[in-house]
Design a protein around this ligand. Structure first.
Ligand code: 3MF
Ligand code: MG
Ligand code: MG
Length: 344
């Protein structure tokens, strides 16, 4: 049996709307999702600030904390932990052209307000992690913003979060593009550099999403490995992606099985989870999926992960060593393919 603990966000079960068409499924209340997550074997839930406290702009700081305390009770009821809180800056009118890197001082202040509230919510929910998916932090028009200034703004914003709460950890989820054309912090390498430039690098790390690495033309397992080598892989968003196109958030492993195997392998070989890290999913059902199948992509992702974990357990390291010594990578590659195809 797996020793890994899994997490998922309520947005993973969604109505099916995309940029070109409306919803295809009914909205499921958040508590019903929690119940189902627990049944499926998830240990923790990931939150946007406004998943935790809807209409967050309408409340005072104290009211927000109070609502978060109520949510914690609901999570407790289902035996679920909160993994992280992420300010959903990209949805708000104040952050139309970015939050921390907006050219408007007023909008940057608003973004900080949301970041501080996310930290407050995280504290109430019993987690020390805030995730920053920097959705609109970059440019649509390259000449609209200096990348030097924008990068410095991000570092300044993270420093303020670290100062606001001496225990909070800030976890950047890099993505090279979408919804912006050019992002400021596109890969794990960028995240590590930003981390090193902050006032407390030990509290700034990364969340590697498989699809985001693929969109950057990189191998997700190597991105995970790079962050782990730096001791800064705080969480993962496992999913899959068919090449360099729109962000698809497909079920883990359904497009790139060998790459998925190597993600499980690198996590397992390097003791991921031993410091309480969760294996997080960030997957979406296909738009055509019926209401009654709203959770199938989660089940599929978990089943694929666990099947690959079993393959990793069977991986013959002696044979691998021999192949490497003989430089017989053809044999090693065929061994891996046979393992994945179930051919002994
Ligand atoms: C976008 C994403 C997001 C983030 C999430 C948490 C919808 O490509 O992957 O998921 O992971 O908002 O920051
Ligand atoms: Mg994504
Ligand atoms: Mg994600």
């Amino acid at each position: 049996m797996t020793k890994f603990k899994f997490s998922v966000g309520p947005w993973n079960v969604h109505e099916g709307a995309d940029s070109y068409g409306p919803a295809t499924r009914k909205t499921i209340p958040i508590e019903e999702k929690f119940k189902k997550f627990a049944e499926l074997g998830f240990s923790a839930v990931q939150f946007h600030d406004d998943d935790a406290v809807p209409n967050i702009n309408d409340y005072t700081e104290e009211e927000i904390k109070e609502k978060a305390r109520e949510l914690k009770k609901t999570l407790d009821k289902y035996g679920l932990k909160a993994e992280f809180v992420a300010p959903r800056l990209w949805m708000d009118e104040h952050t139309m052209d970015g939050g921390f890197m907006s050219t408007s001082k007023e909008d940057r202040d608003y973004a900080m307000w949301r970041a501080y509230r996310s930290i407050d919510i995280a504290n109430e929910l019993g987690t020390d992690m805030v995730v920053l998916w920097l959705a609109r932090e970059g440019t649509l028009c390259a000449e609209s913003k200096s990348p030097v200034w924008a990068t410095k703004m991000l570092i300044e914003a993270i420093n303020k979060m670290l100062e606001y709460d001496p225990k909070i950890r800030v976890c950047i989820e890099p993505k090279p593009n979408e919804p912006i054309d050019r992002s400021i912090c596109g890969t794990m390498g960028h995240v590590m550099a930003i981390s090193a430039a902050t006032i407390d690098p030990s509290r700034v790390g990364g969340n590697l999403e498989s699809a985001h690495a693929i969109l950057a033309g990189l191998d997700p397992a190597h991105e995970i490995g790079f962050a782990m080598a730096m001791g800064k892989l705080m969480t993962v968003h496992l999913n899959d992606q068919n090449g360099i196109r729109y962000d698809q958030d497909k079920s883990f492993g359904v497009e790139n099985l060998r790459a998925a195997f190597n993600q499980v392998k690198v996590l397992k070989e390097n003791g991921y989870g031993s410091h309480g890290e969760y294996v997080g999913l960030d997957v979406k059902a296909m738009r055509t999926t019926k209401d009654e199948d709203s959770y199938k992509h989660l089940e599929n992702s978990l089943n694929i992960f666990k099947a690959l974990e079993e393959k990793v357990e069977r991986f013959d390291y002696d044979f691998q060593k021999k192949c490497v010594e003989n430089r017989d990578f053809e044999a090693l590659e065929m061994y891996v393919m046979n393992l994945l195809m179930g051919i002994d």
